[in-house]
Write a protein that binds this ligand. Structure first.
Ligand SMILES: Cc1ncc(COP(=O)(O)O)c(C=O)c1O
Length: 377
C-alpha cells in the first residue's frame, strides 16, 4: 500500500456551505446578524432547551456561564481535559479543584466529583470527553444535594445523549466549533440554558453589556440607543461564521453517523492488537469526536513518534493533564495527586478520526499502528 498521509482531523465542508458563506459576505452584514438567530434557533431545538447563544468560542461560553452565575468559590473540574476548562475558573477569580475521571470512559462520575467536594464548592464543570455523554443521573443528584451549579463542557460532544437527552440540556451547556469538533465554524461556540434571565444576562455580557442586538435595534423606535447595563465583553460570533454553523448543523446527524461507523470499524480492526478500544457506558451514546485507545505506558511515546514519522497524525488527548501543567503545578498541584488521570495521560493515543475519512486512510492508520506495536513490544 502506498504511504499516504492521514491527518488527525479534517473538517468536512461542502460547496453549499461555501456558497452560503459567500452569500453572506456579499450581503455586507458581516457582524452578528440574521444567521446567528437562525443557528441559535436550530441549535436550541436540537438540544431541547429554550435558549442557545452563539459565541466566539467554547472558552467564552464557559467563562460567561461562571460570570452570569457570579461564581467566586471552588469549582470542581477534571484535569483530564483541555486547559480551557480550568483557565476560565481562574479567569473569573474562582479556584479550580481537580477531580479524577473514570479510566474506561475518561469521564467524571458522581463519585469522582464527590471526592473533590470542599466546603467552598459552588459549581462543577463536567466534560463530556471526546464524544461520549457523562452518566448524568448520579451527577444531577450530586449537584442537587449540594446546591451546585452544573456547567457542561460539551466542547467535544455534540449530538450524544444520556438516556435520550442531549448533552448540554442538563445544566448550562457550552459547545465548541473548533475545526476538530463535530461541527465547525473555524473558531466559535454556543451556550445553552433553560432560564430566561440567565440567557438575557449572557446575551448582554457577550455584547458590551447591552442586551438588545444590532438587528433588533434596527426595528426599534430609536435605533441609536445603546445602553450598557454591565461592563460586558465582545464575545459574539460573526454572521458569516453563523451561516457556516447553521448549515453544518443540518449535516450533524450524517457526519456523526459516519464517525460512529468508522469507530465500529476501528474496534473490529484493532480487536487482535494489545490496545484497549473505547468503552461506552450503559445509557450513554458516543459520537466519536475523538477515537482514543489505551496502550502500554512504557511504549506510548515511542509509538506516537513512530506513527508520526509514518505520516499518521496520531496524538494524545491529554498529556500532560492540566494539574501538572506549569501554571497549575505552581498553584500547588503535584505528581501523584490524581493517579488515574496521570496514568491515562501516559497511556492514551488519539487516532485520526473525521467524517470524510476513507477506508484506505483508516486501513493505513491500523497498518502503521500494528507495525509500531510489533516493533516496540
Ligand atoms: C474539553 C474542551 N473544553 C474547552 C475547549 C475550548 O474550546 P474553544 O477552542 O472553542 O474555546 C475545548 C477545545 O479544544 C475542549 O476540548
Amino acid at each position: 500500500m502506498s504511504a499516504i498521509k492521514v491527518p488527525l482531523a479534517r473538517p468536512s465542508i461542502t460547496q453549499a456551505e461555501i456558497d452560503a458563506v459567500a452569500e453572506v459576505l456579499k450581503s455586507g452584514w458581516l457582524a452578528h446578524g440574521e444567521y446567528n438567530h437562525k443557528f441559535e434557533e436550530a441549535f436550541a431545538k436540537l438540544i431541547g432547551v429554550p435558549h442557545a447563544i452563539t459565541m466566539n468560542s467554547c472558552t467564552s461560553a464557559l467563562e460567561i456561564a461562571l460570570k452570569v452565575a457570579g461564581v467566586k468559590g471552588d469549582v470542581i473540574v477534571p484535569s483530564f481535559t483541555w486547559v480551557a476548562t480550568a483557565n476560565v475558573v481562574v479567569n473569573v477569580g474562582a479556584r479550580p479543584v481537580f477531580c479524577e475521571v473514570d479510566e474506561d470512559t475518561r469521564n467524571v462520575t458522581a463519585q469522582t466529583l464527590s471526592a473533590a467536594l470542599t466546603p467552598n464548592t459552588e459549581a462543577v464543570i463536567i466534560v463530556h470527553y471526546g464524544g461520549q455523554a457523562c452518566q448524568m443521573d448520579d451527577i444531577l443528584t450530586f449537584c442537587e444535594e449540594h446546591g451546585l451549579l452544573l456547567i457542561e463542557d460539551s466542547a467535544e460532544t455534540l449530538g450524544a445523549t444520556w438516556r435520550g437527552r442531549q448533552t448540554g440540556s442538563f445544566g448550562i451547556g457550552c459547545f465548541s466549533f473548533f475545526p476538530t469538533k463535530n461541527i465547525t465554524t473555524g473558531e466559535g461556540g454556543m451556550l445553552t440554558c433553560q432560564d430566561d434571565e440567565f440567557a438575557r444576562k449572557a446575551r448582554a455580557l457577550i455584547a458590551h453589556g447591552i442586551s438588545s442586538t444590532t438587528l433588533a435595534r434596527e426595528k426599534a423606535e430609536r435605533p441609536w440607543l445603546r445602553a450598557a447595563e454591565m461592563a460586558g465583553h465582545n464575545y459574539r460570533m460573526p454572521n458569516p461564521l453563523a451561516a457556516l454553523g447553521y448549515h453544518q448543523l443540518q449535516r450533524l446527524d450524517e457526519m456523526n453517523a459516519r464517525r460512529i461507523r468508522l469507530a465500529a470499524r476501528y474496534d473490529e480492526m484493532l480487536g487482535d492488537l494489545p490496545v484497549e478500544t473505547p468503552v461506552v457506558a450503559d445509557g450513554a451514546t458516543h459520537v466519536y469526536q475523538m477515537y482514543t485507545i489505551l496502550t502500554d505506558p512504557d511504549i506510548r511515546d515511542e509509538l506516537l513518534r513512530y506513527m508520526r514519522s509514518e505520516n499518521i497524525g496520531a496524538s494524545a488527548h491529554f498529556d500532560p493533564p492540566v494539574h501538572l501543567q506549569p501554571f497549575y503545578a505552581g498553584l500547588g498541584w503535584n505528581e501523584g495527586d490524581l493517579p488515574i488521570t496521570e496514568r491515562l495521560s501516559r497511556r492514551i493515543i488519539t487516532l485520526p478520526m473525521y467524517p470524510d475519512m476513507t477506508h484506505q486512510e483508516q486501513d493505513r492508520v491500523v497498518e502503521v499502528l500494528r507495525a509500531g506495536l510489533e516493533r516496540l513490544l
